[in-house]
Write a protein that binds this ligand. Structure first.
Ligand SMILES: Nc1ncnc2c1ncn2[C@@H]1O[C@H](COP(=O)(O)OP(=O)(O)OP(=O)(O)O)[C@@H](O)[C@H]1O
Length: 782
């Protein structure tokens, strides 16, 4: 590929400035004759700065007006020296003895330079400067280091397989480039990259992967990257945490690296890829993953714009204009695209459309916006403005040149079969499955039959995952949750609930019990959501508060890659088998071990067993025969027996903590309702008395009356009473929980319960005995 510079032509004013700068450097130069004598006497050339073969340097096009920076030029094999004492600066070629008249100053040209005679006030260092120098000035003057002067780079470690790489890497017509890139990488990493060689990736991508220490491609990466690089549409299925993001991220990067030099004008600067994500958190995480791959310093990173709700529309529109890769949630993306004039035409030119977590993205609340985005992508370029564009969505799609990549850990089996026939179903959408089929028809694949890659036909559950369930009375779920969290207090744990209100209730309950917990649900502000994820992933500011427990709705079930989550607890049962897969998939990622425990009421156990068996049977075989045999064998999730004596000793704490949490939320709710009523009364010009209103309000015996009554009682508890409850709870948290057999105790204070339970005094038990056979879910070493 021919390399072209993306440098803008210098405005006349700036070019003149540059010349003046060079003239300044040339002031006090000797006469041409003196110059000729000097050139002949010494084997080094004397240069007229303006006559040197300055080369343009590419600048990232995304800078607004280059932020006052008009361009760079560079020159090689010229060293700047400064004489000690006199401080005189010289520009000296490293090539000796080739002086020609061209190298000499012209008689009438003031812009001339003579070796050793230039004083440059810019230097204030007394030592002679013979080291390479790069000058980056707004006046477009740059002197690049000569290769000879570069300090020798000594590889401390070796990227193994680099010799092979030199020979085999894609497009490595310049083996030296491969070695150079890898040598640079070798300074920092010691990774055998040979497992990646069959994928024939570019040296830059290989070096970036080496820096991330990703020595081996995952199964989905191994099987999906080659067909994507070959230009096929791909539908990829692989278990949770198996590296799907880079399965599409690496081919996008490869494309970017191929075309980046050609992306010089606004037309060629259209984004390369659009990645749709169902949740904000996942969108930001996709950004983090791709940024990690692209910002290893091996090459100029592409610009990635993430467009999600909760952040400024204007800012996101600005980012979109310069983005090489766009990641977004459908709702906000559609909003930003429709408002930004010209954005749609630019986004239509994408080379890759990625639908991540496809079954969720295509079948839940995002439906309308996804359809609008897809229809917009298929429309022919238009100069019409945004308002007109949104009216055009019903038009016939044009043929597409982009590749469509669809990824998820779960796909409906029937759908998988039909996909090979590329169904187009425009009929009534009676279920999620129908909706998904319809949308897959809408995706307008480039090829008649997209490649379907199933990287985990044997199991959609991660291989390192252990599963179990705990049975308890419905109203005791809080107590059992607390007991589990206390037992595994060293484990990073994600607790899933089915509703926002449950998250809102459990969060203060666990906080009251001194557990390090954060909440996550879609009712929180975007800032608070990001802060929770940061605190839970321990990525917050240095020294900032971290939390090892996150209580969340299913907003965290999909795609979130939080490092080292060891335990997933289903406080509420997942509503569907797929959700069980995705929730449980937040642990045991990238080949790590992890555990998933369901807390069930007695009436839920049967349903749970069926649900889990269904997941395992479904994943056990791609063909009907193996699925049937898996069903026959059956999968029986084990029940973990907790030591109920210990659990019951934790009950008083849990009860108090719950009461305090209820009081807090009732008061908060009450004051919100009160504010609302007061405002409404004010608007109507009537007096508002909350007690009178309560008495007269109808429906006090209807639905929710019991809850309302409880809330009222909780609201009426005085500050003093709540204070003494807190004191009592504090005291309980300090106390030992006598297990009867020994004097050991459980506490949520400074004593490490796990350590205690590991000790033999507790009836000669080992870790996990607290939970009966809970040791079997793989948390023994925590
Ligand atoms: N080749 C690799 N070697 C080692 N780690 C990898 C490799 N590829 C990806 N990873 C890491 O594995 C983790 C899981 O990857 P990713 O989030 O892409 O999984 P996923 O398949 O998309 O999961 P989910 O279905 O839950 O969205 C990430 O932390 C990622 O950095």
């Amino acid at each position: 590929m021919a390399a072209t510079s993306n440098k803008r032509p210098l405005p006349a004013k700036v070019a003149a400035m540059r010349d003046r700068k060079r003239q300044k450097l040339d002031q006090d130069a000797p006469s041409p004759q003196e110059g000729l004598i000097a050139a002949a006497a010494k084997p080094r050339k004397v240069h007229d700065l303006n006559k040197l073969a300055w080369k343009d340097v590419s600048l990232p096009d995304r800078l607004d007006n280059y932020e006052g920076f008009f361009g760079l030029e560079e020159i090689e094999d010229v060293v700047v020296t400064r004489e000690p004492g006199s401080g005189k600066v010289s520009f000296v070629s490293q090539h000796a003895g080739e002086a020609t008249m061209d190298d000499l100053p012209e008689a009438d040209d003031p812009a001339s330079v003579q070796e050793g005679d230039e004083e440059w006030s810019g230097f204030d260092d007394d030592d002679a400067v013979t080291a390479p120098l790069t000058v980056l000035k707004p006046t477009a003057l740059a002197v690049k280091a000569s290769k000879q002067a570069k300090p020798e780079k000594k590889a401390k470690a070796k990227v193994k397989g680099q010799t092979d790489l030199e020979a085999k890497s894609k497009g490595s017509s310049k083996p030296a480039a491969v070695l150079q890139t890898l040598e640079a990488t070798a300074d920092e990493v010691d990774v055998d990259m040979s497992a990646w060689l069959p994928l024939k990736l570019s040296p830059d991508t290989m070096a970036a992967l080496a820096k991330l220490k990703f020595a081996t491609p995952s199964t989905i990466q191994q099987s999906a990257i080659p067909p994507i690089l070959a230009g096929h549409d791909v539908i990829g299925k692989a278990s949770t945490g198996s590296g799907k993001t880079l399965a599409f991220g690496i081919p996008i990067l490869e494309h970017y690296l191929d075309v980046r030099q050609l992306r010089t004008t606004d037309e060629t600067k259209a984004p390369i890829a659009l990645i749709l994500s169902p949740t904000r958190e996942l969108a930001h995480q996709l950004n983090d993953h791709l940024t990690a791959l692209c910002s290893t310093g091996v090459f100029d990173a592409p610009s990635i714009a993430t467009v999600t709700g909760g952040l400024s529309v204007q800012k996101q529109q600005r980012q979109l204009r310069y983005a090489d890769i766009i990641i977004g949630t459908p709702g906000r993306l559609w909003e930003v695209m429709s408002a930004g004039k010209g954005l749609m035409n630019s986004i239509r030119q994408i080379q890759f459309l990625v639908i991540d977590e496809a079954d969720r993205l295509l079948s839940e609340g995002n439906f309308k916006e996804v359809i609008e985005i897809l229809t917009m992508l298929d429309k022919k370029d238009t100069d019409k403005d945004a308002a007109n564009e949104s009216e055009e969505v019903a038009a016939t799609p044009s043929a597409v040149s982009r590749q469509t990549l669809v990824f998820s850990a779960t796909f409906d089996r029937g759908l998988q079969k039909k996909l090979s026939g590329k169904i187009k179903n425009g009929g009534a959408l009676s279920s999620n499955k129908d909706t998904m089929e319809y949308l897959l028809g809408k995706l307008n694949f480039r090829e008649e039959t997209p490649k379907f890659i199933d990287a985990n036909p044997i199991s959609q559950m991660a291989s390192g995952l252990k599963e179990g369930l705990i049975e308890c009375a419905g109203p005791e779920k809080d107590l059992y949750l607390y007991s589990l969290l206390l037992l595994y207090r060293n484990a990073r744990t994600l607790v899933f609930c089915n509703s926002i209100s449950a998250v809102r209730r459990l969060n203060p309950f666990l906080q009251n019990l001194d557990l390090p917990v954060v909440a996550l649900h879609s009712g929180m502000t975007q800032k608070a959501r990001l802060r929770s994820v940061e605190r839970f992933s321990q990525k917050g500011k240095e020294g900032g508060k971290t939390a090892s427990i996150m209580v969340s709705t299913d907003v965290a079930a999909r795609g979130l890659d939080i490092p080292a989550v060891q335990l997933v607890i289903h406080y509420h049962l997942p509503r569907a088998a797929d959700m069980y897969v995705h929730r449980s998939g937040r642990t045991a990622r990238a080949g790590q071990p992890g555990s998933s425990i369901l807390i069930c009421g007695p009436e839920e156990v049967g349903g749970v067993r069926r649900l889990v068996a269904k997941v395992h049977a479904r994943s056990a075989g791609t063909d009907d025969e193996s699925a049937a045999s898996a069903k026959k064998q059956g999968y029986y999730i084990r029940t973990l027996d907790m030591d109920r004596r210990i659990v019951s000793r934790l009950r008083p704490r849990a009860q108090l903590a719950k009461k305090l949490a209820d009081i807090g939320s009732a008061k908060e709710k009450g004051s919100k309702e009160d504010d609302f009523m007061r405002a409404a009364a004010e608007e109507l010009g009537v007096d508002y008395d909350s007690e009178e209103f309560e008495k007269e309000a109808p429906g006090r015996h209807g639905r929710g009356a019991g809850r309302k009554k409880k809330e009222k009682v909780a609201r009426e508890i005085s500050k003093g009473e709540a204070g003494s409850m807190r004191a009592e709870l504090r005291e309980l948290l300090r106390q030992r929980v006598n297990v009867g057999v020994s004097e050991k105790y459980i506490t949520s204070g400074s004593v490490d319960v796990d350590e205690l339970l590991k000790q033999k005094e507790i009836g000669e038990r080992k870790t996990g005995e607290f939970l009966g056979n809970a040791g079997g879910v793989g948390l023994e070493d925590l």
